[in-house]
Design a protein around this ligand. Structure first.
Ligand SMILES: *Cc1c(COP(=O)(O)O)cnc(C)c1O
Length: 329
């Protein structure tokens, strides 16, 4: 498959402008204090769908031929890609089906249904959901929009990298939540193309770190999917991974793994200190600094806060107690 380039990311940025929010890169005084350098948060939580995946999904749909759009689109998702695709599909009048595993939180399932997409819960894991997608494609000829391993998706997510460089030209480290690697591959390729000395850090959870296990093994490996607060980061990278594994391997400078209590502490800190609602998968970048598992090199840091779609009872249970670092306000 053809490589994704910075030109693709620039084209994606022009294509999705006006369809997708250009999100703020907001200072976090608390994270500046604890890390001794400037730290800004890229608030993808402010997208219309509460997560960045609307970028790639919108880019893919806008690029698709009229004939393909008329066939309708289908995807598997841990929730946020399905919601992004359902949202873009609704706006463009494209039929949309979203296949998800039983691990996807209800708040994500409900939001996708509300956008008018067909929702199918297909078994215990993303693998079972993907198998069901392939069956349905064979039967009904829908167009599969992969959640991460496709050029238009990677280019769409990469637009975040262009925005970070525009808003923070002196950035030295960029921290990114990592699952299938569409977000990491796109942003890292864009940033390294323009500013090769920026450190790119990928963060994920100890409970099923598919990309990090694969990087260590030197090839895509299966992962045991278990429950985690960072549900958006669940699932494998695909044993037949075409793009994101190689792109991630090429551009990643360091990785951080967080346990469940560190993810909860990140959500708590972002809420109590920055007054931000984030989901577990969205908070892990900040969590790497908070847990002191990432020590910046003194240059300014940008952290992608990738989503806020968390069930409210879960969120309230987690943030109901202040963070351990809290000193008030
Ligand atoms: C999908 C998702 C990620 C990870 O994106 P990948 O492209 O799969 O690596 C991170 N955070 C949130 C909130 C997501 O929905």
């Amino acid at each position: 498959m053809a490589a994704v380039t910075i030109a693709d990311v620039r084209e994606a940025a022009a294509r999705i402008a006006g369809h997708v929010t250009r999100t703020p890169l907001r200072l976090s005084p608390h994270l500046c204090d604890i890390s001794g350098t400037t730290v800004r948060l890229k608030l993808e939580t402010m997208q219309d769908t509460g997560a960045f995946k609307i970028r790639g999904a919108t880019n893919a749909l806008l690029k698709m031929s009229k004939a393909d759009r008329a066939r309708g689109v289908i995807t598997m998702s841990s929730g946020n890609h399905g919601r992004g695709l359902a949202y873009a599909s609704k706006n463009l009048g494209v039929p949309c089906s979203v296949y998800m595993s039983e691990l996807v939180p209800q708040v994500k399932v409900d939001a996708i249904r509300k956008l008018g997409a067909e929702v199918v819960i297909a078994g215990p894991s993303q693998d079972t959901a993907e198998a069901a997608v392939h069956e349905r494609v064979a039967k009904d000829g829908l167009v599969y929009v992969h959640p991460f391993d496709a050029p238009d998706i990677i280019a769409g997510q990469g637009t975040i990298g262009l925005e970070i460089l525009e808003d923070m030209p002196d950035v030295g480290t960029v921290v990114i939540p990592l699952s299938g690697g569409g977000l990491f591959a796109g942003v890292a390729m864009a940033i390294k193309s323009l500013k090769p000395d920026v450190q790119m850090i990928g963060v994920t959870m100890e409970n099923g770190p598919a990309m990090i296990d694969s990087l260590r093994a030197g090839k895509p490996v299966p992962v045991n999917e278990v429950e985690t607060l960072a549900d958006a980061l669940g699932g494998t990278i695909g044993l037949d991974n075409k793009l994101t594994f190689d792109m991630t391997r090429r551009h990643i400078d360091d990785t951080v793994l967080l346990n469940e209590s560190e993810i909860a502490e990140a959500m708590r800190t972002l809420f109590h200190k920055d007054h931000l609602v984030s989901e577990g998968g969205g908070a892990v970048g900040a969590g790497a600094l908070i847990a002191k598992k990432l020590v910046p090199d003194g240059r300014p840091v940008a952290i992608v806060v990738s989503g806020c779609n968390v069930d409210m009872p879960t969120f309230q249970r987690i943030v109901g107690t202040p963070p351990s670092t809290a000193t008030g306000g």
